[in-house]
Ligand binder design. Structure first.
Ligand SMILES: [Zn+2]
Length: 414
C-alpha cells in the first residue's frame, strides 16, 4: 500500500527560536506540549502513514486539544482505511475571498546593508507600500506577512548543512561574498520569510486549484542546493515546487522565469527532475556567465531586445508550453530588470512592454485554469522608482485580471 502523507502545521507563538527565528516572547510550555503530543500521535502504532509536524507561523491557530484530537482522528481514519485528507484544510494558509489576490510580503524584516550597497533592499517595502496605497486595489488585494519557511520544506531542496551554516552565521567569507549580503539576524529572518511567502502563496492557489497568489519577495533563482549567489540564498521557487509535489502530488510544474538574468540555480536544481519544466527568457550577455546552467527551455536574447521582439517570442512560447506539458501549477519569476535603463540588465523593454508581458502570463494561466504563483525578482533602476513602478504593476495587473476573471466566471455560473 502506498503511504499516504499528512501535513500537520502547528502554530507556535515565537520567541528567539532556532526553528522560526522570531524574537520576542519565548515559546510557552503549552506549545511545546502540543508539538510533543502531535509527534506522539504521529508515531502511535499501528501506523503506515506519516504525519509531518511543522511549525508554521501564520497558519490557523487551533487550540492544543483540538489540534491533537484532529491529528488523532486522521490517524484513526487512515488506519481504518477511510480516505483521509492529503493536506489539512484548516492548517494551511486560508485562500483569499473569490477574485481577491492574496499576496505575501517579507519587508517586516528590515535588513541592514552598508551605505552605498548596490542592492536596493528598500524596493520591497516600496512596492508593498504602493500596492497598499493604491485606491483602485481596494478589496482586490489581501496583503499578508510571510511566514518563515519550515525547515522540513526548505531542506527538500537545500542541503541541511548549508541551511544550518547560513542560519548560524557559519558561512565562509567567500560564500557570503558570492551571496552579496553581509550576514545579520535580520537577513536570516528575511530569507526564511521570503521563501516562506512563496510556499504560502503556493498553498493558497493549490488549495483552490486555480487562481493567482503572489509574494512581494522571493524569485531568488540564483540559489543552488548547497550555495547562494547573486543576492539569492534559498531558491523559493524550487522549494515551493517541491512542497507542491510532496503535498499535492503534482507531476507537472512549469517555471516561467522572465527575469533578465538566467535562473541558473532553478535550472540546476531541476535539471534531472522531469516533473518541473523550466522556461527562461533572459539577456544572453547578462550575468550569470560562468555558472550558467541548462533549463528545459532557454531563450537567450540579444542586447537591447525591445517590446515587440520579446512579446512575439513569449506569445509563441506560452501556448506551446501549456499544450506540451499540461502544467498543474505555474511559478512565475516576474523580475522587471528587462526594463530599458536597468543598471544590471541589457534588454530594452518599456514599462508597457513589461505590463503586456505580465498580461500574457496571467491570461494564459487563467484561461487554462492553471494556478499561478508570482514571485518578485530583479529590478535595479537608479533611482529605484521606475523599478518599483514595474514591480507594482506585476501585482496590480494580477489583481485586476484575477478579479475580472472571477466576475466573468460568476456570471457564467448564474
Ligand atoms: Zn535579475
Amino acid at each position: 500500500m502506498q503511504a499516504a502523507r499528512f501535513r500537520l502545521s502547528v502554530r507556535v507563538p515565537s520567541g528567539a527560536c532556532r526553528s522560526c527565528f522570531r524574537t520576542g516572547t519565548p515559546h510557552t510550555q503549552g506549545d511545546t506540549e502540543v508539538v510533543a503530543a502531535v509527534a506522539r500521535a504521529a508515531e502511535r502504532p499501528p501506523w503506515r502513514h506519516s504525519i509531518r509536524p511543522a511549525k508554521t507561523l501564520g497558519a490557523m491557530a487551533l487550540a492544543p486539544g483540538a489540534l491533537v484530537a484532529e491529528a488523532a482522528s486522521w490517524v484513526g481514519s487512515a488506519t481504518a482505511g477511510r480516505p483521509a485528507p492529503a493536506v489539512t484544510p484548516t492548517q494551511l494558509p486560508l485562500p483569499g475571498p473569490p477574485g481577491v489576490l492574496v499576496t505575501y510580503y517579507a519587508d517586516h524584516w528590515r535588513v541592514p546593508l552598508p551605505p552605498g550597497h548596490r542592492f536596493p533592499m528598500e524596493k520591497y517595502a516600496a512596492t508593498h507600500g504602493s500596492l497598499e496605497a493604491d485606491p483602485s486595489l481596494e478589496g482586490l488585494v489581501q496583503l499578508r506577512a510571510a511566514p518563515p519557511v519550515a525547515m522540513e520544506d526548505v531542506t527538500l531542496v537545500h542541503e541541511t548543512a548549508y541551511v544550518e551554516r547560513f542560519r548560524s552565521n557559519h558561512m565562509t567569507d567567500p560564500e557570503m561574498r558570492n551571496v552579496g549580503f553581509p550576514w545579520s539576524e535580520q537577513l536570516v529572518g528575511r530569507t526564511f520569510a521570503s521563501c516562506g511567502g512563496t510556499v504560502a502563496a503556493m498553498h493558497v492557489v493549490m488549495q483552490q486549484r486555480e487562481g493567482i497568489a503572489g509574494n512581494i519577495a522571493g524569485g531568488t533563482h540564483h540559489a543552488f542546493r548547497d550555495r547562494g549567489e547573486g543576492f539569492c540564498i534559498f531558491n523559493d521557487i524550487a522549494v515551493a515546487a517541491n512542497v507542491a509535489m510532496r503535498d499535492y502530488g503534482l507531476d507537472s510544474i512549469l517555471v516561467v522565469d522572465l527575469d533578465v538574468h538566467q535562473g541558473n540555480g532553478t535550472a540546476d536544481i531541476f535539471e534531472k527532475d522531469p516533473r518541473v519544466i523550466t522556461f527562461d527568457m533572459f539577456g544572453d550577455r547578462n550575468y550569470p556567465w560562468k555558472t550558467r546552467r541548462k533549463n528545459t527551455y532557454d531563450v537567450p536574447l540579444p542586447d537591447d531586445t525591445g517590446d515587440e521582439e520579446y512579446l512575439v517570442l513569449l506569445r509563441s512560447w506560452l501556448p506551446r508550453l501549456l499544450r506540451n506539458h499540461r502544467p498543474q501549477l505555474i511559478m512565475f519569476q516576474a523580475g522587471v530588470d528587462a526594463l530599458k535603463g536597468d543598471s544590471f540588465g541589457r534588454l530594452s523593454l518599456s514599462r508597457s512592454g513589461l505590463l503586456a508581458r505580465n498580461n500574457l502570463v496571467y491570461g494564459a494561466a487563467l484561461e487554462a485554469g492553471i494556478p499561478l504563483v508570482i514571485t518578485m525578482g530583479g529590478g535595479y533602476t537608479r533611482p529605484m522608482d521606475a523599478s518599483v513602478s514595474c514591480h507594482t504593476d506585476v501585482y496590480r495587473t494580477a489583481a485586476y485580471r484575477l478579479s475580472a476573471w472571477a466576475r466573468t466566471r460568476q456570471k457564467l455560473q448564474r
